[in-house]
Design a protein around this ligand. Structure first.
Ligand SMILES: [Zn+2]
Length: 292
């Protein structure tokens, strides 16, 4: 099985769904880092959710999900580009983490944890700022945190079922669309209640081990679905010498010169992909004399 995202709609109802399964992309994303298992689970679920949510939004830019935790998980960032190029990283406090730690203990120990989604436009119009919604970290699962977010920030009823291990990150999304009057939906239409009850029976094992097509067949074989062209999420990092240059310029020449004087060069390791970007004394002098 390979990295795949499938979209579908329930015929005649204002409900859409998506299934995603990431394996090679997920392994590539985490190949350079070893995270404790609870961090891997949360990160994988967030990555699957980012691919699912990005696909529901008509927006030309990056969707960035961030967790600012006050427990062992300090920071988590997942970024999804419009072509479903994904990257992710987590910052973990140096303390032991029990394998069965609850989500609340992991990232909201003192109740000050926050979750945000930022939509960062690719070609911003003059004066256009990235849109950001931010909520408290409520709920015992990543899916619950996102459900709260979508309800509070987007006023959209969205349910997610997510699962992740070292090899696979996977998820199912169902979303109830506002009735825009274009579709004749019976006033007592209960498709939403019906299909979310069906989805509720999905297990983590099924999400992790079955293909999206098989999960959708297992859950919704009695429903009439419209399928859209499948999409291929992938891992890609947008780090570059240019971006590292910008970062070094923001640090200031004195700071960078002192690192070069001490170490002979300045090396920045990308948190997302592990790539090392090195600049020697000549590169640094050129950078500050001529810019990027
Ligand atoms: Zn990178």
């Amino acid at each position: 099985m390979s990295d795949l995202l499938v979209k579908f709609a329930f015929t005649g109802a204002q409900v859409r769904g998506e299934l995603v399964r990431l394996d090679a992309a997920w392994r590539a994303m985490t190949a350079h880092r070893r995270y404790p298992p609870p961090i891997m689970r949360v990160l994988g679920e967030m990555v699957a959710a980012a691919a699912l949510l990005a696909t529901t939004i008509k927006f030309n830019g990056a969707l960035v999900m961030q967790v600012y935790g006050d427990g062992p998980l300090q920071l988590l960032v997942v970024e999804c580009q419009p072509d479903l190029a994904l990257r992710a990283t987590a910052k973990v406090r140096d303390e032991p983490i029990a394998d069965d730690i609850s989500l609340q203990e992991l990232l909201n120990r003192g109740g000050r944890g926050r979750f945000s989604i930022t939509l960062d436009p690719k070609d911003p119009l003059p004066g256009q700022q990235p849109y950001q919604g931010i909520v408290a970290l409520e709920g015992d699962s990543v899916a619950e945190v996102l459900r709260t977010y979508m309800r509070q920030s987007e006023q959209l009823e969205t349910r997610l079922w997510l699962a992740s291990n070292e090899d696979v990150a996977a998820g199912l999304l169902l979303q109830r669309l506002p009735n825009d009057g274009r579709l004749q939906v019976a006033p007592n239409d209960d498709t939403w209640e019906h299909v979310t009850a069906l989805a509720q029976t999905v297990t983590a094992e099924e999400l992790l081990n079955l293909s999206p097509e098989n999960v959708s067949h297992r859950l919704f074989w009695q429903e009439t679905l419209e399928h859209y062209a499948p999409l291929t999420p992938r891992f890609a990092c947008t780090c570059s010498r240019e971006r590292i240059g910008k970062m070094l310029i923001s640090l200031g020449q004195d700071e960078v010169d002192s690192i070069v004087a001490e170490q002979g060069s300045v090396t920045v390791t990308c948190e997302f992909c592990g790539r090392q970007h090195s600049l020697d004394a000549v590169d640094v002098a050129h950078l500050f004399a001529h810019g990027i």
